[in-house]
Design a protein around this ligand. Structure first.
Ligand code: NDP
Length: 266
């Protein structure tokens, strides 16, 4: 293990509902690392000062909603993943300065490949065009022969998304996005706090795998309904766990106990 960080933190607002402290503290205990992962509720105006003082403490950690894009702009160095996504959800201190990474890409890739049993999809339908969708598009660009089609509620955001990811196609309708897709990904918050579906189940192509990046206790209603209709499906928990494992490796340069992390999340 390289030199241990002085502190491990999660910066967000709100953070009190986050599963990350339970997941990371289970991994720290399993590895006998004498650190506690603390959630800090930070307002946007306090983010720069907080990060600056954390650099002085040689801290490392995660950044969540609403700070991922602001943190990206505050880093002195960035990994290729962070640069491609345009957001930082994981940081550490390198040579006295803030270094930013994005582990949502690894999280999505690992969870999607598990769902697809290792088979790369030829077509992905992506619902949503925000930060999580950018992580999906970054991975899709690396999967050779994969066509990504995006549908977003507001066309303006979809257009901006297509300018950033020029291999992505903007769908004219939800039906158009879903047609012939082998993997359908929800990257909107639909279904977290309500029983709404990002797509009607009957529009899903036969046999398509369904991945909701949103998660909640007992899975989202869309995932439950898709599975009941015969689709392989998972919610955002496998992605959350895989990004947490990649974050742990980035900070401590050692492999975490994934089973301990999964037990803590459950
Ligand atoms: P953003 O705010 O960056 O983007 C939200 C996107 O969802 C936008 O495209 C927005 O479209 C769309 N949207 C919002 N509300 C609705 C709605 N009611 N109906 C249709 N579209 C809607 O959020 P993120 O990209 O950061 O997060 C998206 C989801 O992914 C969240 O559920 C989040 O929890 C989850 N997530 C999960 C992770 C995991 O590890 N499992 C990691 C990161 C995110 P518009 O332009 O029209 O507003």
């Amino acid at each position: 293990m390289k030199q241990m960080p002085g502190r491990l933190v999660l910066l967000g607002r709100p953070v009190d509902h986050s599963l990350s402290p339970a997941i990371q503290n289970a991994a720290l205990r399993a590895a006998a690392v004498p650190l506690t992962y603390e959630a800090l509720d930070v307002t946007p105006v306090r983010l720069a000062a907080t990060l600056q003082s954390l650099v002085g403490e040689r801290a490392a950690g995660n950044v969540t909603v609403p700070h991922k894009e602001a943190a990206f702009r505050m880093c002195a160095t960035l990994t290729e993943e962070a640069r491609r996504v345009g957001a930082v959800n994981c940081f550490r201190v390198e040579r006295g300065a803030l270094a930013g990474h994005n582990t949502d890409t690894e999280g999505f890739s690992a969870a999607a490949l598990e769902l697809l049993r290792g088979n790369l999809p030829a077509r992905i339908a992506l619902i949503g065009a925000g930060g999580a969708a950018r992580a999906v598009a970054t991975v899709a660009e690396l999967w050779s022969g994969c066509q990504l089609t995006v549908f977003n509620r507001s066309p303006q955001r979809a257009e901006r998304f297509a300018q950033r990811f020029d291999t992505a196609r903007i769908a004219t309708s939800l039906e158009d996005a879903l047609r012939a897709s082998e993997l359908v990904v929800n990257a909107t918050p639909t279904g977290i706090h309500d029983d709404c579906f990002p797509t009607p189940i009957e529009l899903l192509p036969r046999g398509a795998a369904v991945m909701d990046l949103a998660y909640r206790r007992g899975e989202t209603p869309w995932v439950r309904a898709a599975r009941a209709a015969g689709h392989p499906a998972c919610d955002g928990l496998p992605m959350l766990l895989a990004q947490a494992a990649e974050s742990f490796r980035y900070w401590l340069e050692t492999e975490p106990d994934r089973a301990a992390m999964a037990r803590a999340a459950a």
